[in-house]
Design a protein around this ligand. Structure first.
Ligand SMILES: [Zn+2]
Length: 124
């Protein structure tokens, strides 16, 4: 099951950053091209969190729209389908966002250094 492996990856990364502290909430950014079903991911997260620092933690899923860049007309646009095709008809398109999943922020029992790439979206 695709989502279970992803959930285990999230929890592994979160527990590492938590360094022994209790995790209350994890926010992940999920690209729309990851083909992740949010409900399934939440369910798997709960299962995979059992017995870890993240047990009972809330999982917040932010969907990140996929972005493409066309080499023919040099345009950036939002991709709605997994097949990159520009309005100009060119398929010479780079996918620049929306294919990855990462931890954006997390809340633990104490203030905690966030992953470097999450610093800009600090906790509320
Ligand atoms: Zn184009």
């Amino acid at each position: 099951m695709h989502e279970l492996a992803i959930a285990q990856g999230i929890i592994g990364g979160a527990c590492e950053h938590a360094a022994g502290r209790r995790i209350f909430r994890v926010t992940v950014a999920v690209g729309t091209l990851c083909a992740v079903v949010p409900d399934a991911l939440r369910f798997c997260f709960e299962l995979a969190a059992e017995g870890t620092l993240a047990e009972g933690a809330e999982l917040i899923i932010e969907q990140v729209p996929a972005r493409g860049h066309c080499h023919r007309c040099e345009r950036d646009f939002t991709l709605h389908e997994p097949i990159p095709l520009c309005d100009c008809g060119s398929a010479d398109v780079d996918i620049s966002a929306g294919t990855d999943l990462r931890i954006r922020s997390m809340e633990v029992s104490d203030p905690c250094a966030l992953p470097a790439d999450a610093a800009a979206t600090a906790r509320r």
